[in-house]
Design a protein around this ligand. Structure first.
Ligand code: HXC
Length: 273
């Protein structure tokens, strides 16, 4: 049965839905916050009043991102060069964040590695590299920030994906890593729930303008990529950031251990490019 599609629903600015000062006085610690989706998630929390500490591997890019986010939102944002595979560099950054702000309320574990490689050709070290960045990095981030979010009864958001719900070619390493993060989240929710901590996953589907979509969409197929999504368009950063605001807000006070998919229904469809 073919259906004449309705015009796609637009992504709306967060300020039309959420209070401007929703996160006033709160502090976000975000890994991978200097680029891509995590940078936009950071911007969204800052736009609603939070200060932020972002970490990543690229020094210049990170310093520039922190300056840009501060200028755009009027909130404070600092950057430290960190490799999430190295717990000591993470702990050092967390200490600096505490010295600066005195607290951490929200954590985004977003640093991730990705490249396309068939199973038969990916090296052991390449596979391990992505597992280490994604799973070990998420664990290290949690361990370094946990004492502080226990104090604030805070909340953590791990960034996962939808590609591992099915088998996506050339993504064995990323799929295994994201499945591990999904599993880690459930345990954090159960163990830390009694202390008032909430732990959730945000799983973006195909988001326009990201490296993932650019790499996986063949040239000239963007229109088709839009039409495959049940809601008739690729995602925008705003779709993910609005969900992020909800999950960190008190509106989600009884939401923990969840995999919150933001993909316009894409992972449910059997149609593919
Ligand atoms: C095959 C590769 C490779 C590639 C690296 N390797 N790039 N193998 N294809 N394109 C191999 C190397 O040869 C080496 O194995 C091992 O991986 C480690 O490489 P290094 O460069 O030494 O590691 P490192 O400097 O730690 O960087 C690892 C990296 C990183 C994962 C490649 O540079 C990276 O993450 N880049 C992309 C970042 C990114 O796209 N982030 C967004 C993620 S989005 P050998 O055997 O030679 O020693 C996301 C959501 C999913 O995750 C999106 C859907 C697609």
């Amino acid at each position: 049965m073919s259906v004449q599609p309705a015009p796609p629903r637009a992504a709306v600015p967060s300020t039309t839905v959420f209070k401007d000062d929703l996160f006033k006085g709160k502090v976000l610690f975000c890994t991978g916050g200097h680029s891509g989706i995590c940078k936009e998630m950071t911007r969204a929390l800052m736009k609603h009043g939070a200060d932020a500490y972002i970490v990543g591997r690229k020094l210049e890019k990170g310093l520039t991102a922190a300056r840009e986010l501060s200028a755009a939102t009027g909130r404070k944002c600092f950057f430290s060069q960190v490799d999430v595979r190295k717990p000591d560099t993470l702990k050092e950054a967390v200490n600096k964040c505490i010295a600066e702000f005195g607290r951490i309320d929200y954590v985004i574990a977003g640093a991730a590695g990705n490249f396309l490689a068939p199973i038969s050709r990916i090296s052991e070290n390449a596979f391990k590299t992505v597992i280490d960045i994604d799973i070990l990095g998420s664990y290290n981030t949690l361990k370094a920030t946990l004492p502080y979010i226990r104090e604030t009864r805070g909340s953590i958001l791990f960034v996962s994906a939808t590609l591992h719900f099915r088998g996506l070619q050339y993504q064995s390493h990323v799929s295994a890593a994201k499945a591990g993060i999904d599993a880690l989240n459930a345990v954090v929710a159960v163990e830390e729930g009694p202390r008032g901590i909430r732990s959730n996953i945000i799983s973006p589907g195909p988001i326009a303008g990201t490296e993932g979509v650019d790499r996986l969409t063949p040239k000239g197929q963007m229109d088709k990529a839009n039409r495959i999504v049940p809601l008739q368009r690729l995602g925008q950063f705003g779709d993910v950031t609005n969900a992020t605001i909800f999950l960190f807000s008190e509106a989600a006070n009884w939401v923990t251990g969840q995999i919150f998919v933001v993909d316009g229904g894409e992972h449910h469809t059997t149609t593919s490019l």
